[in-house]
Design a protein around this ligand. Structure first.
Ligand code: NAP
Length: 293
């Protein structure tokens, strides 16, 4: 019998991941702060729970995919939080992107409850989430992670074991450092060339035809061409992750000069009220700053 799964958080990523869990045949209970977002999943056969505690009472494996530490704390420790039903028979998997330090502290706080805790953030955005093609960056007990393989396989193409609990979050921040810097680099390049008289399409053609091309640049080319940024990975979430990266860099002593510069840029985007757009809107930020800096 597949375990009963409870899924907390039905945003861009969570709704797609939960849908794939359901399609793979796991009995699924869901909770979202804004209950209306569960509509499609309920039609597909999921059960809506009124609060995280009820979800954790019903489920054997509880998954969270929410914005960050504040949201997680609310769902776990808040009034009618999931922790009220955590026990040694259950497993909790956090797939949200959070700082490694937070993950380690959460592991220590959960330990007295006996519940197995897996740190499993993901690499990949809306489309890979919909297609069940995420990369799952797992930290924690390796045997437990192996036993969860059928559940992870419903959401991802591959589970990459990163080490003890917290190392999944380290890997996630490591990868998002590259993601943020690459996206800001593409935007700066396009804006620079365009400001100096080149056509964006011609710049894109040169980038995508040669060794500078990448899956990321190919994926974002359409947004750059159209100057329209419907959210796959919201800019406010990239900003949050860059802050986590810099905090982690201070703790570890790793120099991150590019991350500091890129964080400032993304913060302008949030200040300009573009936080809900895709993080490729960093190009819009640079265009807005043209002639002002
Ligand atoms: P999203 O669409 O903004 O969804 C955020 C989710 O968190 C929603 O379910 C939201 O509930 C919930 N939430 C926020 N604050 C809360 C609170 N205080 N209490 C309870 N629930 C709260 O974000 P997403 O893109 O799905 O991202 C989810 C996580 O995955 C983030 O950690 C993000 O960094 C990470 N991630 C995203 C991508 C991507 O491409 N989008 C890729 C990899 C990883 P409501 O619906 O009620 O607001």
């Amino acid at each position: 019998m597949p375990p009963r799964v409870g899924f907390l958080g039905l945003g861009i990523m969570g709704s797609a991941m939960a849908n794939n869990i359901l399609k793979a045949g796991f009995p699924l209970h869901v909770y979202n702060r804004t209950a209306s977002k569960a509509g499609g999943l309920l039609t597909a056969g999921a059960t809506l729970t009124p609060h995280p505690l009820a979800l954790a009472q019903d489920a054997e494996v509880i998954i969270a995919m929410v914005t960050g530490p504040e949201a997680l704390d609310e769902l776990i420790w808040g009034e009618q939080g999931a922790a009220g039903a955590f026990s040694a028979e259950k497993t909790f998997i956090n797939m949200s992107s959070v700082p490694p330090r937070y993950t380690r502290e959460l592991a220590a706080e959960l330990a007295p409850l006996g519940i197995a805790f897996i740190d499993a953030p993901v690499s990949g955005t809306k489309k890979p989430a919909e297609d069940g093609k995420l990369l799952i960056l797992a930290g924690g007990d390796q045997e437990k992670i192996a036993a969860l393989e059928p559940l992870f396989a419903a959401m991802g193409q591959k589970v990459i074991y990163c080490g003890e609990v917290g190392q999944g979050s380290v890997m996630k921040m490591t990868i998002n450092l590259l993601l943020g810097v690459m996206m800001a680099g593409l935007a700066e390049t396009i804006n620079f060339g365009q400001k100096n008289g080149l056509e964006p399409e011609t710049i894109l053609e040169v980038i995508l035809s040669g060794s500078l091309s990448s899956g990321l640049f190919q994926m974002k080319a359409e947004m750059v061409r159209d100057m329209a940024f419907p959210p796959n990975f919201p800019l406010k979430h990239m900003t949050k992750d860059l802050k986590f990266i810099i905090d982690t860099a201070y703790e570890s002593g790793a120099p991150t000069p590019a991350a500091h510069a890129v964080l400032q840029l993304f913060r302008y985007g949030v200040a300009f009220q573009w936080g809900d757009e895709d993080f490729a809107a960093v190009l819009k930020i640079l265009k807005h700053l043209n002639g002002r800096t």
